[in-house]
Design a protein around this ligand. Structure first.
Ligand code: ATP
Ligand code: MG
Length: 272
């Protein structure tokens, strides 16, 4: 709609975890670096936490993009609001456990663990690596799940883990994990993402406009960026919402830059 008006090839502020738009703030860069380290050095498990909308899922995508698809076998769980056996079933399925599906529905947690171990050993033998990512892990309710994840991490050779496990979720995840000491001890590395500061908010907006094809990524005045920052708390998802609506409103009103008045009006109309 407003794309042509602002000289854009794509919409710059879509709320989808598209790693093409990834802005490498110092923190996002550090988080990605650490996750890659855990995966490549086969350290076992890592945990990425942060407030909702701060970029955990998009970092997970960016991580996958950096891994060689011919080597990594990946399972991604997006809905850990599951019973423990369902979680293992989902992991087993994605890792290619070849049991017939009717049988999969009847299998016990122990059998799943056995099958998963077989897959891990085969992957290892074939020179493949196995990665399991659990997103939204703060939603895990079933305490048995942490015990089963611990058992998954027990699959090791003498000198390395046979799989890497990455848990991502909102801040409550830290508390949940801390309560399961044997599992918590196995997490080699954690990282907590914070919202952007004002400077990163400005650079983030410009970066996304640039990736979307803008020849003039300073479409938002400094005062406008300040208002975006104040009202978004530096949370990227919220920044996206406000900026998207601001571009739409600027287009409707035929303005040439987005100033603080436009952003204020948009925020008032969003009402959240
Ligand atoms: N560093 C970044 N660069 C570019 N876009 C980002 C960045 N961080 C977050 N975003 C964008 O912000 C939005 C929210 O990010 P994401 O979905 O990754 O957050 P989340 O931390 O997983 O949130 P939730 O806890 O609600 O699952 C997405 O549209 C994403 O593309
Ligand atoms: Mg997410």
């Amino acid at each position: 709609m407003y794309k042509e008006y602002w000289g854009l090839e794509e919409f710059p502020f879509e709320n989808t975890p598209n790693p093409k738009f990834l802005y490498h703030s110092k923190e996002h860069e550090e988080a990605l670096f650490r996750l890659l380290y855990v995966v490549e050095q086969k350290k076992g498990a890592a945990m990425l936490t942060g407030i909702f909308g701060c970029g955990k899922t998009v970092l997970g995508r960016a991580l996958l993009n950096q891994l060689n698809k011919n080597i990594y076998r990946v399972a991604i769980i997006n809905n850990p609001y599951l019973k423990s056996v369902e979680l293992l079933r989902s992991i087993a399925r994605q890792l290619g456990v070849t049991e017939l599906s009717e049988k999969l529905n009847e299998m016990s947690a122990d059998t799943f663990l056995q099958r998963i171990e077989e897959v891990l050993v085969n992957n290892f033998r074939d020179g493949k690596e196995t990665l399991v990512i659990i997103d939204e892990a703060h939603m895990i309710r079933d305490d048995d799940i942490f015990e089963e994840l611990r058992l998954l991490l027990n699959f090791q050779t003498e000198d390395r883990f046979l799989l890497t496990l990455i848990l991502m979720g909102q801040s409550e995840l830290m508390e949940k994990v801390r309560k399961h000491k044997p599992f918590a001890q196995r997490i080699a590395l954690g990282y907590h993402l914070s919202p952007f500061d004002l400077q990163d908010t400005k650079k983030y907006i410009e970066h996304r406009l640039e990736v979307a094809g803008s020849k003039n990524p300073q479409l938002f005045t400094d005062e406008a960026v300040e208002v975006v920052f104040q009202n978004s708390g530096g949370i990227p998802r919220r920044i996206n919402q406000i900026c998207d609506m601001s571009l739409l409103s600027g287009f409707n009103n035929n303005v040439s830059v987005i100033d603080d008045n436009t952003v204020q009006d948009v925020i008032a109309s969003l009402g959240v």
